[in-house]
Structures are given as structure tokens and as C-alpha cells.
Design a protein around this ligand. Sequence first.
Ligand SMILES: Cc1cc2nc3c(=O)[nH]c(=O)nc-3n(C[C@H](O)[C@H](O)[C@H](O)COP(=O)(O)OP(=O)(O)OC[C@H]3O[C@@H](n4cnc5c(N)ncnc54)[C@H](O)[C@@H]3O)c2cc1C
Length: 375
Amino acid sequence: MEKNPDVLIIGGGLAGLAAAIHLSRNNLKITLLEKSGYPRHKVCGEYISNEILPYLQWLDADVSALHPTNISKFEFTTHNGKAAKAKLPLGGFGISRYALDDFLCQKAVANNCTIIKETVTDVSFDDDLFTVTTSNQILKAKIVLGAFGKRSNVDQVLDRNFISKKSPWLAVKAHYSGTLDNDVVALHNFKGGYCGVSKVENNMINICYLADYATFKQYKNIEDYQQNVLYKNKHLKNVFENSTLLFDKPLTISQISFDKKQAVENHILMIGDTAGLIHPLCGNGMAMAIHSAKIASELILDYYSDEKISRELLEKNYTKEWKKHFGKRVFMGRILAQILTHKTITNILVAIVASFPGLLPAIIKQTHGKPIAIN
Ligand SMILES: Cc1cc2nc3c(=O)[nH]c(=O)nc-3n(C[C@H](O)[C@H](O)[C@H](O)COP(=O)(O)OP(=O)(O)OC[C@H]3O[C@@H](n4cnc5c(N)ncnc54)[C@H](O)[C@@H]3O)c2cc1C
């Protein structure tokens, strides 16, 4: 086991695993600490934008081996059942996190990364070196990547700004069998939230929604909530009534914060949701997580290969690049979420979009990136 790696990564979701593969391809010694095992289900809409395909291919992680569902169309419906449809400017694919995270983990292991199933309990920085503590051991590294997702005990250790604030959002996800168009990702609005529906591999349907806790807690359980709130949108009622749950019960998470975060904190370069979470309605968090791993990895490789690059410059450059690539997207996601959780404005917006077919793809482009360039 690599006790003193070149780079230590906390968290093995998409961001952590992509960085592990990228850095190990370039001969750095990598240790990744992940608290859960693989494979496992995660709360996620599992629609992933095609913008990351060139990078995944460069990482030698060709996801076509997992037989994802190709998705080229977008449908949006309002509380009262009005619908707008558009071709997705770039398109994407549906793949479960169960399959994708496990696939990337295997790639990282094949590249000689050390992956340890342990929870990080503390991280500190002294004398230009990090000390990372788990329940079993203490590790040291010159560089630490924070890839621990949207909310973690590590955020508490670092006393990050957003962590003490309560968030009104919770999310529910499950896989279903049933009949659904393969090539469509749908976003259905309901009171206090929105629900994504699309296919992943093996013909499974992913139904995943974000809901406001204030409305949710008025109902007995998930089933009661869905029937009384989500079913008010006739499209959602139709989807649920014609699908069969494949999980024992849906997965849930709460306290989902969309507050601003810092890209670098206590000298840790934050990647993926740890640096900032875009509203899931944009269907873009996974692509951003993987893209931010690329940006951080390239800068770390420069840092290790060029003595003139100081830690300070590395941190400054990463913060600048993060803002350049993702700042506007996260901001637009926040604005769109505010609009889409307002019933009247949403109805007006859908009526406008239905009359101007070019408008919806233009809005989608605001929250999506271009295909990731490989130099
Ligand atoms: C409801 C919902 C729907 C979404 N739908 C979509 C969608 O359709 N398309 C899309 O592109 N994006 C979607 N997203 C966003 C997407 O899920 C995230 O952006 C993406 O998972 C970020 O990946 P990550 O690697 O940053 O974090 P994660 O995948 O969350 O990985 C973080 C990892 O860190 C580990 N960890 C945490 N703390 C510790 C610790 N102390 N020690 C060790 N390990 C630790 C966790 O176990 C976890 O595996 C959605 C998000 C939500 C909330």
C-alpha cells in the first residue's frame, strides 16, 4: 500500500475516480480513500452529457462497454401537464452509477492506484504537507484532492461555510421496469420540486426527484407524497402507474445544498460537487465532476513537473479555471431552478418555449459545456 502517495484523493465518486485514473496514467502514485464499497447505487438522475466522451476515451474508459442508453431529446412538463420538447444540442447517455462508478474504480485499480475503503475523519496541513486521518491509519501527502461529494463529515472538519446552514431540499431515486422512449430525458415539474425520468442500461428506468422538505413532511411516506403531489402532473402519474419498482425501496438523501463553495480550501483542491453543486435539473453535475477532475489533474501534473510552479500558483490557477469553466453554468442553474419552482412563471415559460422552438435548446446550452478538448 502507498502510505505516502504523490496525491491523496478523498472520495471515490466520479470526480475522485477520474482524477485517480488521469494522474496514475501519468505515473504519479495515487491513494484514494472511499468510505463505501463498489458497486453501489447512488441518488442521481444518471443522465450524463456527451461533453465528457472525448475525455473518457482519453482516459481509456470507453463507457460503450457498459451499454448505456443514447439520449437525444428533452421533454419538459409543467404541473398542469403542458409539455415542451426539444432536441438536445449535444445529447447524452443514461448509465447507472452502480455500473459507472464500479467501472471507473476497476480502471483506477488497473492503473495501480491504491483504493482503500475507509472514512476520512480528519485532514490538516502543516509544513507544506497534508496529514489525512482515517479510523485505521494516518497518511501523508503533498497534494490532497477533495472529492467527497455534496455533503461530508470532511466539510465539518474543515468548517466550510455552507455546512452549518439547513437546506430545504431532499432527493428520492429508484430504478423501475416499464415502457418508456429510449431517447428522451424528461423533466416533470410538480409542486415544490421536479422529477427526472430517463432510461439507463438494461432497459431500466431511472426516476429521480428533488423535493422541498416542507411539502414532503406533510405526508405519511414516499408513496403517499408521490400520489398526492407528483401525480398532480398527469405525465408523472402515467410514468409511475406504468412502472414497477426494482429496488426494495427508493433511496433518499436530504440536506442538499446549492450554496456557493470555494474551489480551494485549506490548500485542498476541491473537485466535483465538493467545489460546487449545479441544480440537477441541468443534468450536468456528473460531466462537471469529471471535467473538474481533468482540470485539477493537469495543473497538478504541471506542478510536479515544473519547480517554478509554487503551491500558491497551483491554487490560484485552479480557482481561476474552475470559475472560467463552471461559474456561469452554476449561476444559470440557480436562476433556472428558481424559475422552475415557481408555478405561474413556469407555465408562462413553457408557453413561450412552445411558440419558439429554438429557445429551449438555447436555454439548455447555457448550463451545458462544449465537448471537453483533449490537447
Ligand atoms: C437528485 C439529484 C439528481 C441528479 N441527477 C443528475 C443527472 O441526471 N445528471 C448529472 O450529470 N448529474 C446529476 N446530479 C449531480 C451528480 O449526481 C453529482 O454532480 C455527481 O455525483 C458528483 O460526483 P462527485 O464525484 O463529485 O461526488 P459523489 O459521486 O457524491 O462522490 C463522493 C464520494 O465521496 C465519498 N466520501 C464522502 N465523505 C467521505 C469521507 N469522509 N471519507 C471517504 N469517502 C468519503 C462518498 O462515499 C462518495 O462516494 C444529480 C444530483 C442530485 C442530488
